[in-house]
Design a protein around this ligand. Structure first.
Ligand code: GTP
Ligand code: MG
Length: 236
């Protein structure tokens, strides 16, 4: 099951709304065209995310039928907000253009795949990259090498063709693959980092605790994985 779906606006509607809103005020035709280009871009990336989401759902369903095992616990999908997309472009030192977004921002469309076990993380990666229309663009394995915070996850960026009325376009989709334990940890750590009213010392203190918990969780998940494999050797 994929959570979070968004509806997209139609570019004619956007233009009509803007023209209505800005009659006699200063909105340039050029600005309308930029917004239209952005709407087209978001639709394209949403389609890319849909392609990958469907592939993952199909793989999970096939595993259930053939191996009586669901590697995927659940998935979440998100589109980067226009605001943080623009901030990221500026931070990276690129001018605001659709071409720069396509070339330099890899996480406009993001899918988080939460798996039951650690082996499932790499199984999902392998099965997805095995598909002839999926190309690996970038890979960061924070499970093999956790971040200093203790953060663990496998991050890959893949390119997938999206077939539009004018032909096929390659689209980058960022996929974060992690276990339920890693996901639970990341949510709590994220909460800590975004609390602005905690004293710095306490943040450090809780951060150090969380770092230890990440190691403990990883140990438990490895043991649970081993037990799961042992149980699988029994028939019933
Ligand atoms: P950006 O894409 O600009 O964020 O930089 P990057 O590509 O170097 O980032 P990276 O691939 O390391 O991680 C991007 C995403 O991973 C973030 O938006 C978070 O969702 C997640 N992430 C990375 N590090 C941490 C961490 O220490 N804690 C938590 N909770 N999440 C993290
Ligand atoms: Mg990134």
């Amino acid at each position: 099951m994929i959570l979070e779906r968004q509806n997209f606006m139609n570019i004619n509607q956007i233009s009509a709304e803007l023209e209505k809103e800005f009659t006699n005020k200063s909105i340039e035709q050029e600005d309308i065209e930029k917004l239209q280009a952005l709407a087209r871009l978001y639709q394209l990336y949403q389609a890319g995310a849909n392609e990958i989401g469907t592939k993952l759902e199909n793989l999970d369903a096939e595993f259930q039928v053939n191996y009586d095992h669901n590697p995927i616990h659940h998935m979440e999908e998100r589109m980067k907000s226009v605001q943080s997309l623009l901030n990221k472009l500026v931070k990276k030192g690129y001018a605001l253009s659709v071409e720069n977004v396509r070339a330099h921002i890899f996480d406009i469309a993001g899918i988080r795949v939460v798996t039951n076990y650690i082996d499932d993380v790499y199984l999902i990666e392998k099965m997805l990259l095995n598909q002839s229309d999926v190309t690996l663009m970038q890979r960061k394995d924070y499970i093999a090498q956790p971040k200093t915070s203790g953060y663990r996850s496998l991050h890959i960026v893949v390119s997938v063709p999206v077939f539009q009325s004018t032909g096929s376009k390659p689209v980058n989709v960022e996929i974060q693959i992690r276990t339920v334990g890693m996901d639970m940890w990341a949510s709590l750590e994220h909460k800590l980092r975004y609390k602005t009213d905690i004293e710095a010392e306490l943040v450090d203190h809780y951060g150090a605790d969380l770092h230890d918990y990440a190691t403990e969780l990883s140990g438990i998940e490895i043991k649970m994985q081993a037990l799961y494999q042992k149980l699988n050797q029994y028939k019933n």
